[in-house]
Ligand binder design. Structure first.
Ligand code: HEM
Length: 376
């Protein structure tokens, strides 16, 4: 994908894809513009059958978006997120305690896949005994079409069933927190108020669901991608194990170099010129952040992973009003998971000659599995 981006940045930075019937934008400056100019590029890429705006924050435009974002910001504060650090470390230790104490583990299967699901579940007040149930639902929701044993319709039906059950489950949690508030996100969301306005129940429910969809696979991939970046060159992991001051820049650079979300879609609200091309009203535009983050016009040695790169104005979490709400949590999870890994396995290494299989969707970047050697 990175070679394709490079070619497109040079030869066709704003390009109409006949097959998909939509535009692709590749340069940093243009991606920045598409992501931040919400007046021209709407996040409402789809409408409900009734023509209504979606209840999902991610698909709302201002001014509606502003109102809901302000309310959820009140509940999802950096302080509330920071308070989770000890618990995230504990969960990480528990997960690592379960691996065979021999010489290898799979970063994805054993750590980066379960960790965000457990964190979100706890944040949302899912009881421990319901966790398996909850994990089943959220796995189904993010499942891609594999084409193996079922049709796309069957997969869609299963997803619908899972989201119905999840909604029902959260309804129960909400009812319970209404009567008896606790120190958790659902209680905070119920209480959050901006200018006398609160979240109504449908919006609260779809927000809970959005957290699952937006936060799990992305964080899994961030942790996996960071481990790839740190082990693909001998010595890097060991360097970081000795000097943790580089950990924050190492994570930001992994976000830039292998962005978990490679592209986001917008819809033109009006005819608009960008990069010398005219995009027509109602046409779709994919902003390739994965390409913007490799743009040599913006980043020196853009194709090199530099562990101490600073500043690092990557757009892995988006840009503008929809800037990732979960960025502080994702960073904290990555920092905590890597710290624990570095403590316990200062000699961790890639397995030599191993070919990693990428996830099939071009919109995300991550690997299906990531076996590593724990000791040399
Ligand atoms: C929005 C990426 C983790 C919740 C976004 C957007 C991006 C993004 C690119 C902007 C979408 C747009 O402009 O249309 C990521 C990445 C993550 C991550 C790369 C991990 C490395 C999380 C986590 C959560 C979360 C852990 C929550 C628990 C959200 C929400 C939005 C969002 C609620 C919508 C914000 C809005 O529309 O105002 N994320 N995300 N994300 N993210 Fe994340």
């Amino acid at each position: 994908a990175f070679a394709w981006y490079e070619k497109m940045r040079r030869e066709a930075p704003v390009h109409y894809d006949e097959q998909r019937g939509s535009w692709d934008v590749f340069r940093y400056e243009d991606v920045h513009r598409v992501m931040s100019d919400y007046k021209s590029f709407s996040s409402q890429t789809r409408r409900g059958a009734d023509g209504q705006q979606s209840d999902m924050l991610l698909m709302m435009d201002p001014p509606k978006h502003k109102k809901y974002r302000a309310i959820v910001n009140k509940a999802f504060t950096p302080k509330a997120v920071a308070a989770m650090e000890p618990r995230i470390a504990e969960i990480t230790h528990q997960l690592l305690d379960q691996i065979q104490p021999d010489k290898s583990m799979d970063i994805i299967h054993d750590l980066s896949f379960p960790l965000p699901v457990i964190v979100i579940a706890e944040l949302l007040g899912v009881r421990e005994e319901d966790r398996a149930l909850f994990k089943g639902w959220s796995d189904t929701l993010v499942e891609g079409f594999s084409g193996k044993d079922e049709s796309p319709q069957q997969l869609a039906a299963r997803k619908q069933q899972a989201s119905r059950e999840l909604y029902q489950y959260f309804m129960g949690v909400i009812e319970q927190r209404k009567v008896q508030p606790q120190h958790d996100l659902v209680s905070a969301l119920l209480a959050a108020e901006v200018e006398g306005e609160k979240l109504d129940i449908p919006h609260l429910l779809s927000f809970c669901l959005l957290l699952l969809v937006a936060g799990n696979e992305t964080t899994t991939n961030l942790i996996g991608n960071a481990v790839i970046c740190l082990t693909e060159q001998p010595g890097r992991w060991q360097q970081l194990a000795r000097n943790r001051e580089l950990l924050d820049t190492a994570i930001e650079e992994a976000l830039r170099f292998r962005s978990p979300v490679q592209g986001m879609v917008r819809k033109a609200v009006e005819d608009i010129e960008i990069g010398g091309q005219i995009i027509r009203r109602d046409q779709l535009v994919t902003a390739w952040m994965g390409s913007a983050n490799r743009d040599e016009q913006k980043f020196e040695a853009a194709d090199e992973y530099r562990i101490d790169r600073h500043p690092n104005p990557h757009m892995a979490f988006g840009m503008g009003v929809h800037f990732c709400l979960g960025a502080p949590l994702a960073r904290l999870e990555a920092r905590t998971a890597l710290n624990v890994l570095l403590d316990r396995f200062p000699d961790l290494q890639a397995i030599e000659g191993q070919r990693l299989e990428l996830l099939p969707s071009p919109m995300v970047y991550g690997v299906k599995s990531l076996p590593v050697q724990l000791r040399s």
